[in-house]
Design a protein around this ligand. Structure first.
Ligand code: F6R
Length: 609
């Protein structure tokens, strides 16, 4: 949460910082600010609300200078206001921060005792005062930063400038992400790759406890303790276009429509059709290693947790191995039973979710082997695990996750095939069938996307509903949960997902003629049961929106609206059903006039507990 950007080079910093912040706004958007070093003096602009307000401000009062730092905020300590917006200044020191300083109250009281006065309610301002205090007693800027960082407890990614050293920019990281873009004699710093992509694809990923000092066209990497480091840039394949809307009205819509492409990229280079197997380049687990596990735990949050639930279904069905799924924020607080015989799979689009990262660390401490399914290359989780399956979905900018979700399920299917083949629990015929299904998937997704207009009409029809129920069974139950979450997040309509069979154990009391009930009803082995559930809803006046298999003629007399999905295998059906549910949430949100890509109170990467 929060996005930070920094620039040092020969160009004017302000437009570069502002553009960078635009692509990081998904990380937080309650206030924003920029500081540039104009000759020898730091010049700061800050404003409450979306970045648009800051853009207007710097249009009216431009900032000059070839060094700059910027920030877009998701409030943790202190309400969204101009005073609490970053950058924060103390004497000559100006900085932006992403993370939480846990010992800030103790530091604040110590610094207050030394005569410092604080303008904001933030934890961040304390860091600026701490550095200033050390500089007051004669310590040079760089050393004062090092000494201060060693006193901080908690998480930080920082970009710092000082009036005393107007040609220097310092960046440091511990617990919050930070990437450095290298472009000849100019350098970029950002919380996430897309902010830097328009300028360079050569990137250095800082590890926890590392910092970099930019000066005289050079970047000097070191540990906070001062040990010099040699860090080589990595080439990032993502293109700048991937982080743009490409003519779509919102990122979310673009990302829904690019799912067939994203799935192709997840599959690319990994399918071994002849062998009925897959190649997972960074999994780093041999067949013998895979055979050694007696159980699997999957941890994730939010939408990624829903894909984990589908993973349980797939792995238990095809690999006959017990799978437990945990919400990452619960995992380490319940003394989980895991050890070297357990494989822990962590699923995270961003690879930065604090709770998922903490669960990974907990599992490793207890001796489990950990594999991650991540989208963001070189993210914290991807770097801390034993093996990783990248989803290769490209940057996901819309706060509501869409293409990351489906590609996570595809990655889980690939892993299921690998595990099934390595442990001999999946026959060659079965694995070839699954691979064929996967290869057909992008084409089928293209077909489902043609439902867009029909879904929009349904949204229009149900726009005044105040609550929604989503029902699904088996592998489609997590899709019901995900459909409900999407609707909640972006259209602010209350929605619940339930396994259809649970309905009569309580939720059926909610059903009346005001209640739309979205039922996922594929023509599979559970069809008869779901059909009965639908009858029960209809009998109580509930308004059924049915998602069914193409050609299911019986369903229309039980439903007020029907959306047909191409006939396909049970294992890829959830991927197809998720598309109309994403579109339904999207159109509801647009019709309500909400901010689709930046829904209230949310942030894309939840890097705080
Ligand atoms: C919902 C959504 C969130 C994320 C969750 C985990 O649309 O995006 O629920 O799925 O915050 O994020 P990652 O996958 O980055 O760990």
């Amino acid at each position: 949460m929060c996005g930070i950007v920094g620039y040092i080079g020969q160009q004017q910093a302000m437009p570069i910082i502002l553009d960078g912040l635009k692509s990081l706004e998904y990380r937080g958007y309650d206030s924003a600010g920029i500081c540039t070093m104009d000759k020898t003096r730091p010049d700061i602009r800050r404003s409450r609300g979306k970045l648009f307000n800051l853009s207007r401000l710097v249009e009216a009062l431009p900032l000059r200078g070839r060094i700059g730092i910027g920030h877009t905020r998701w409030a943790t300590h202190g309400k969204p206001s101009e005073t609490n917006a970053h950058p924060h200044q103390a004497g000559p020191v100006v900085l932006v921060h992403n993370g939480i300083i846990e010992n800030y109250l103790a530091l604040k009281s110590k610094l207050s005792g030394l005569g410092h006065t604080f303008k904001s309610e933030t934890d961040t301002e304390v860091i600026a005062h701490l550095i200033e205090q050390k500089m007051k007693s004669g310590t040079a800027f760089e050393q004062a930063v090092r000494d201060s960082l060693r006193e901080l407890k908690g998480a930080y990614a920082l970009s710092i400038v000082s009036e005393t050293d107007p040609d220097t920019l310092i960046a440091a990281k511990s617990g919050s992400p930070l990437v450095v873009g290298v472009g000849g004699k100019e350098f970029f710093v950002a919380s996430d790759i897309p902010a830097i992509l328009p300028h360079t694809r050569e990137m250095v990923f800082l590890e926890d406890g590392e910092m970099v000092v930019f000066k005289n066209g050079q970047a000097q990497f070191s540990t906070v303790a001062g040990v010099p480091l040699k860090k080589m840039p990595k080439h990032i394949d993502w293109s700048p276009l991937m982080a743009e809307k490409e003519g779509f009205r919102h990122f979310m819509l673009k990302e829904i429509f690019e799912q067939p492409r994203a799935v192709r990229d997840t599959l690319s280079g990994r399918i071994l059709e002849e062998e009925g197997d897959v190649y997972l380049e960074d999994l780093r687990l041999s067949d013998a290693g895979l055979r050694g596990f007696t159980r699997i735990c999957i941890v994730a949050c939010g939408t990624s947790w829903h894909s984990a639930l589908i993973g349980k279904f797939l792995l238990e069905e095809h690999c006959r191995i017990p799978v437990e799924v945990d919400i990452a924020s619960e995992f380490r607080y319940r003394n989980p039973v895991i050890g070297p015989e357990t494989l822990l799979i962590a699923i995270s689009q961003s690879g930065e979710t604090a709770d998922t990262l903490a669960a990974v660390r907990e599992a490793r401490t207890r001796g489990a082997r950990v594999v991650a399914i991540c989208n963001v290359i070189e993210s914290s989780i991807a770097r801390e695990v034993d093996g990783v399956i990248y989803t290769h979905a490209g940057p996901e900018i819309g706060v509501a996750s869409t293409k990351a979700f489906v590609t996570q399920i595809v990655a889980l299917l690939l892993f299921t095939i690998r595990m099934g083949r390595a442990t001999d629990s999946m026959s060659l015929i079965r694995s070839r069938e699954l691979l064929a299904d996967l290869l057909h998937l992008p084409g089928l997704m293209d077909q489902v996307l043609t439902l867009n207009e029909a879904v929009r009409d349904i949204a229009l029809h149900f726009i005044h509903a105040r609550d929604f129920l989503y029902l699904g069974r088996g592998i489609n139950y997590p899709i019901a949960l995900e459909g409900a979450l999407k609707l909640k997040e972006i259209s602010y309509i209350h929605a619940e997902g339930y396994p259809s069979g649970e309905m009569k154990h309580g939720p059926i009391a909610l059903i009346d003629d005001q209640m739309p009930v979205v039922v996922i009803a594929p023509l599979d082995r559970l069809y008869g049961k779901v059909e009965s559930n639908m009858q029960e809803v209809a009998a109580r006046g509930g308004r059924v929106i049915a998602l069914c298999t193409e050609g299911d003629r019986d369903i229309s007399d039980k439903a007020e609206a029907v959306l047909e999905i191409p006939d396909c295998s049970e294992h890829i059906a959830p991927l197809l059903f998720s598309i109309p549910l994403q579109l339904l949430a999207y159109h509801m949100s647009v019709l309500k006039g909400n901010d689709v890509d930046q829904p209230r109170n949310l942030a894309k990467s939840v890097t705080v507990e």
